[in-house]
Design a protein around this ligand. Structure first.
Ligand code: PGA
Length: 263
């Protein structure tokens, strides 16, 4: 029977909020969740600020003993050396990052990150004790040409080929057409692809890995639609972009248990 997977609500801030704004935001978020008596062991909440905010966020979380997690939005495939502008996974683990987003569609699109680079970054993250949040997803054209799960599954296969059976990874299914568009996938569409991704994990890494791995949905998630996604068997959380920049919205998304069953 089903293994209990702790849901993860992850806020991808993208290139928003400087380090001072990040401190104010995290403080407000922590207060909002505390006031709502949020149980972090029941639903994990993590923020993914820009690199320049990470030290401030880390310090605040440690000083105030907040249960929020934090992670970065990208990392280098390399550990150190002459790679101007790159950030090593070693630096991220030194800032107590738990997670790192890898292969977000904006990196794939604007920085031409291939599936192979995404796989290398996943391996780099694991090497530094970070949990990679590996993003996969199809464009509207892919959907038209190949159906819903072919492209995300193919993207994930390349990563699965590069990691070991016991690797701790999170997968995020983010249809490119749903990101920032206000046009979320339906819960059924999300479930269909997340189930296909889980089946791909089972085939490559075994049933235990498939049962343990959290698969998130991302793309225009809001407090008004989160419950529909979280009602799905293979959706274990959300990667939230725009709505993660609004304290009330994001904390309401994290408290989805209060609205599951209301849709
Ligand atoms: P969105 O972004 O919630 O603004 O659609 C999601 C993401 O890009 O991770």
């Amino acid at each position: 029977m089903g293994v209990a997977r702790t849901p993860l609500i992850a806020g991808n801030w993208k290139m928003n909020l400087d380090h001072l704004q990040s401190i104010a935001f995290v403080q407000k978020l922590a207060w909002a969740l505390r006031d709502a008596k949020h149980s972090f062991s029941d639903v994990e909440v993590a923020v993914f600020p820009p690199f320049t905010d990470l030290r401030s966020v880390q310090t605040l979380i440690a000083a105030d003993k907040l249960e929020l997690g934090h992670g970065a939005q990208d990392l280098s495939v390399h550990d150190s050396g002459a790679y101007t502008g790159e950030i090593s996974g070693a630096f991220l683990s030194a800032l107590a990052c738990r997670y790192v987003i890898i292969g977000h569609s904006e990196r794939r699109q604007y920085h031409h990150e291939s599936d192979e680079v995404v796989a290398q970054k996943t391996v780099a993250a694991l090497r530094h004790g970070l949990v990679p949040v590996v993003c996969v997803g199809e464009t509207a054209e892919d959907l038209e040409a190949h159906g819903p799960s072919a492209v995300p599954v193919a993207q994930l296969q390349v990563v699965l080929d590069a990691i070991s059976v016991d690797a701790d990874v999170v997968v995020a299914y983010e249809p490119v057409w749903a990101i920032g568009s206000g046009q979320a996938a339906t819960p059924e569409q999300a479930q269909q692809v997340c189930a296909a991704l889980r089946a791909a994990i089972a085939e490559k890494l075994g049933e235990d890995a498939a049962a343990r791995t959290r698969i998130l949905y991302g793309g225009s998630v809001k407090s008004g639609n989160i419950a529909g996604f979280m009602n799905q068997k293979d959706v274990d959380g959300a990667l939230v972009g725009g709505a993660s920049l609004d304290v009330d919205e994001f904390s309401a998304i994290a408290r989805f248990r209060q609205h599951v069953g209301t849709v």
